[in-house]
Design a protein around this ligand. Structure first.
Ligand code: COA
Length: 260
C-alpha cells in the first residue's frame, strides 16, 4: 500500500478507507494533497480486491476547500494550474471503478464540498457543514461544483447556496437530497463502512456499471442513456458473476462474486 503525506489508507474486508490528514489547516488542499488523492484513486481503481471506498477527514473538517493562503500571490497561470489539478482529482474519483462513499465529519467547504459531490454517496455527521463560499472571496467554485450542485439540488437552491455562500447542515443536506444519511458523530464511520460493505457484497462489475451509467447518463438524452444501459446489461449477462448470481439464486445459496 502507498504511503502518503496527507492521506492515510486502511483496508478492512475489501473496503478501503482514505482519511485526509491536515488537521491544523482543516484539511485545506494544496497541490501535493491533490496529487496524492489523484494517485490514490487511480491506485484503488486498479486494485481487484477493493470493492468500495470510504473517504473521510480528520478533526473538525472533511476538507475546508482550497488552501486560500496558497492562492495569495498566484498569477493566472498558477491559479488555473491549481484549478485544473483539482478537476483531475475529482475526475479520478468519478472514474474510479469502485463506489466511493464520502463520510463527511465536519466542514465540507468550497473544493471540499466539491470533493464530497465527486463521491457516489454522502453520509454526514450531525457536525457536518456544507458550503460553497467562494463568492465571499470574489470567486466562483472552480472544481465543477457549480453545475454539479445545480444538478443535485436544482437551479433555485443552487443559486441561493452559491450566491450567499452560506453553510448548510447535514439535516438540510438530507432534505436537499445530496446527503444520503445523517448520523451521530461517533457513528459516522461505522455507518459509512456498513453501507460500503453492503455495496461490496454485490457483483463488482454491476456496481461499476451502475456508477458509470448513472454518472454519464445524467447528461445524455434519455434514449442515448437507455441505449448504454442496455449495452452494459448485455455485456454483464455474459460475465461469470451474472452466471454465478443466477446459479446461486436457483440453488438457494449466497453468491460468490469475483468481479469477472
Ligand atoms: N485554506 C487555508 N487555510 C485554511 C482554510 C483554507 N481554506 N480553512 C481553514 N484554514 C486554516 C485557518 O487559516 C487556520 O489556520 P491558523 O491556525 O494557522 O490560523 C486553521 O485552518 C483553523 O481554521 P480557523 O479559521 O481558525 O477555524 P474556525 O473554526 O474559526 O473557522 C471555518 C472554520 C471553516 C469557518 C474557516 O476556517 C473558514 O472560513 N475557512 C475558509 C473556508 C473557505 O472559504 N473555503 C473555500 C476555499 S475556495
Amino acid at each position: 500500500m502507498h504511503s502518503y503525506t496527507y492521506l492515510q489508507v486502511a483496508e478492512q474486508e475489501r473496503v478501503f478507507t482514505v482519511t485526509i490528514r491536515r488537521e491544523e489547516k482543516l484539511n485545506a488542499m494544496n497541490r501535493e494533497m491533490m496529487a496524492e488523492l489523484t494517485d490514490c484513486f487511480g491506485w484503488l481503481h486498479r486494485q481487484d480486491q477493493a470493492r468500495a471506498v470510504v473517504l473521510t477527514g480528520t478533526g473538525k473538517a472533511f476538507m475546508a476547500g482550497a488552501d486560500i493562503e496558497g492562492y495569495h500571490g498566484f498569477d493566472m497561470a498558477q491559479f488555473f494550474a491549481f484549478q485544473d489539478q483539482g478537476r483531475e482529482m475529482y475526475r479520478s474519483i468519478e472514474t474510479c471503478g469502485k463506489p466511493v462513499i464520502a463520510a463527511v465529519n465536519g466542514y465540507a467547504l468550497g473544493g471540499g464540498f466539491e470533493l464530497a459531490l465527486a463521491c457516489d454517496l454522502i453520509v454526514a455527521s450531525e457536525k457536518a457543514k456544507f458550503g460553497l463560499p467562494e463568492v465571499k472571496l470574489g470567486l466562483v467554485p472552480g472544481g465543477g461544483g457549480i453545475q454539479k450542485i445545480a444538478r443535485a439540488v436544482g437551479p433555485y437552491a443552487a443559486k441561493e447556496l452559491t450566491m450567499t455562500g452560506r453553510f448548510v447542515t447535514a439535516a438540510e443536506g438530507r432534505i436537499m437530497q445530496f446527503v444520503h444519511q445523517v448520523t451521530e458523530p461517533e457513528a459516522l464511520l461505522e455507518t459509512a463502512l456498513k453501507l460500503a460493505q453492503d455495496i461490496a457484497a454485490q457483483a463488482p462489475l454491476a456496481v461499476q456499471a451502475l456508477k458509470k451509467l448513472i454518472n454519464e447518463g445524467r447528461d445524455a438524452s434519455l434514449e442515448t442513456a437507455q441505449a448504454y444501459d442496455r449495452a452494459y446489461l448485455a455485456s454483464l449477462f455474459h460475465s461469470e458473476d451474472a452466471k454465478e448470481g443466477i446459479a446461486a439464486f436457483v440453488a438457494k445459496r449466497p453468491p460468490q462474486f469475483r468481479g469477472r
